[in-house]
Design a protein around this ligand. Sequence first.
Ligand SMILES: *[C@@H]1O[C@H](CO)[C@@H](O)[C@H](O)[C@H]1NC(C)=O
Ligand SMILES: *[C@@H]1O[C@H](CO)[C@@H](O)[C@H](O)[C@H]1NC(C)=O
Ligand SMILES: *[C@@H]1O[C@H](CO)[C@@H](O)[C@H](O)[C@H]1NC(C)=O
Ligand SMILES: *[C@@H]1O[C@H](CO)[C@@H](O)[C@H](O)[C@H]1NC(C)=O
Ligand SMILES: *[C@@H]1O[C@H](CO)[C@@H](O)[C@H](O)[C@H]1NC(C)=O
Ligand SMILES: *[C@@H]1O[C@H](CO)[C@@H](O)[C@H](O)[C@H]1NC(C)=O
Ligand SMILES: *[C@@H]1O[C@H](CO)[C@@H](O)[C@H](O)[C@H]1NC(C)=O
Ligand SMILES: *[C@@H]1O[C@H](CO)[C@@H](O)[C@H](O)[C@H]1NC(C)=O
Length: 452
Amino acid sequence: MISKAFSFTLLIVLVSFSSCFGYPIKFQPSSKNCHYIDSESPNVVPQPSLPINRHKVKFPNFNQFNHGVVRCARRRPRQVIIFNVVHFGAKADGKTDASEAFRNAWDRACKSSRRSIFLVPRHKTYHIRQINFTGPCKSIMKMEIKGTIKAFSELYNDTKRFWINFHNLSNFEVRGGGIIDGNGEIWWNNSCKIKKTQPCENEQAPAAMTFDNCMNLKVTNLQIQNSQQMHLVFQECVDVKASYLKVTAPGKSPNTDGIHVTRTRNIDITMSEIKTGDDCISIVNGSKAIRVMDIECGPGHGISIGSLGENQSESRVSDVLVNGARLSGTTNGVRIKSWQGGSGYARNIIFQNIQMQNVSNPIIIDQYYCDKDESCHKQKSAVQVMNVVYKNIRGTSASEVAIKFNCSDTVPCRALILENVYLSRQGKGEAEAKCSNIIGLYNFGRFVSPSC
Ligand SMILES: *[C@@H]1O[C@H](CO)[C@@H](O)[C@H](O)[C@H]1NC(C)=O
Ligand SMILES: *[C@@H]1O[C@H](CO)[C@@H](O)[C@H](O)[C@H]1NC(C)=O
Ligand SMILES: *[C@@H]1O[C@H](CO)[C@@H](O)[C@H](O)[C@H]1NC(C)=O
Ligand SMILES: *[C@@H]1O[C@H](CO)[C@@H](O)[C@H](O)[C@H]1NC(C)=O
Ligand SMILES: *[C@@H]1O[C@H](CO)[C@@H](O)[C@H](O)[C@H]1NC(C)=O
Ligand SMILES: *[C@@H]1O[C@H](CO)[C@@H](O)[C@H](O)[C@H]1NC(C)=O
Ligand SMILES: *[C@@H]1O[C@H](CO)[C@@H](O)[C@H](O)[C@H]1NC(C)=O
Ligand SMILES: *[C@@H]1O[C@H](CO)[C@@H](O)[C@H](O)[C@H]1NC(C)=O
């Protein structure tokens, strides 16, 4: 269903404003809603005045008109200038580095005092190296990725760990139906999880797309694939809408989280399909008001809050809603994980309307998370897990234990609520629940099975 919705967005949808679409007639200055566009300047097109968030809107091809056209809209359309990377020398020959062209196009677009579009045209693949798209920009800007942006198959050292970095932007949007390809196999081959001789400490593979320190951001209608490590990172952002994303990498690719959210507030992640080698979505420290809706996940490690509290750190995550997800063949379903010794909290969390299909740990809280080579020794403090609701969750568990609440014995979980949860063992009957250290566990609804 989601993939249908995804392909639907690939259709060209010209909603109501098509009724007064551009047509070559004489300029009528009396109509203040109409707008004259000179055919001599095809790079300047009016921006549709409708909200276009869910649909890709094709701009008319002005070259087909010999004369100027009149374009009408409910509001007076704003002028938009298009900065096409091709006009800045980007070559799509499979070997040329287009980074410089991208940088120059960005500089011009970002400095433009009129609204601008940074355009990567369709049907072409541009290779780029590490790049910063840094703001703030002078006016509202969109990036339209219609073609493919691909990384070179090469390793590099960079402590900032990014490939494409969007930094300090506000009122910014990336969209276009194109592909971002991290070409990450060489990084996977050299990761400590694959190449066992490699130490894990200085593992520094980049994320494909990082949005750092942004405000009022929209990322929609894109395919992001084969990232070097995490695919999409939102870090220190406020007010984000991410939708209609298709994120894919092989199930065996190491640490290739789909969408990673850190120190970010007020983000909606909706209508997206994520199939990777690590968490579909991971939400960590400093994140608040996170809404995840209509997600297709798997293969991968599921939807995770955490890990939190590593190295005695203080971590805070609150107000998370996961509403509508289908997880298939993932190692976890909905998970909260924290290290011993941390502090802070994970609280006010709702997981609801979730379907699990052969998921190894469908519902899990693990406060003894330990991802180190040596085992983690016992510690006194822990991140407080509190007010967590699991509602309308059904499906099958690949393991015997469908519900596992392994809460801290020093800082027990508080107020866990289950309502209409039904999980059976994949193929063979009943699953079980293993629960420890909970203060206040409530079962509601017609059934909770298995139950603690
Ligand atoms: C990108 O910007 C960061 C600072 O935010 C800087 O450290 C880094 O060198 C820049 N990288 C490139 C490739 O421009
Ligand atoms: C990255 O740095 C490490 C040492 O810090 C070095 O051993 C390695 O060769 C470097 N890799 C690349 C691709 O430059
Ligand atoms: C980003 O903006 C912050 C202030 O909001 C500023 O301190 C920082 O220098 C900016 N970074 C870059 C790379 O421009
Ligand atoms: C990665 O490793 C596989 C298996 O050893 C090999 O077939 C492939 O060519 C390697 N890819 C790269 C880019 O190094
Ligand atoms: C957690 O996030 C807060 C900001 O929200 C920050 O001050 C703190 O340093 C972060 N802790 C860690 C361990 O990153
Ligand atoms: C925790 O400490 C280890 C070892 O000192 C380090 O490799 C790791 O990056 C630290 N983790 C965090 C989240 O700071
Ligand atoms: C269920 O998952 C297990 C372990 O991930 C796998 O071995 C098994 O083949 C899967 N079964 C089905 C029916 O997909
Ligand atoms: C909780 O985790 C600890 C450490 O991994 C383990 O020893 C214990 O058996 C777990 N308890 C449950 C109930 O799974």
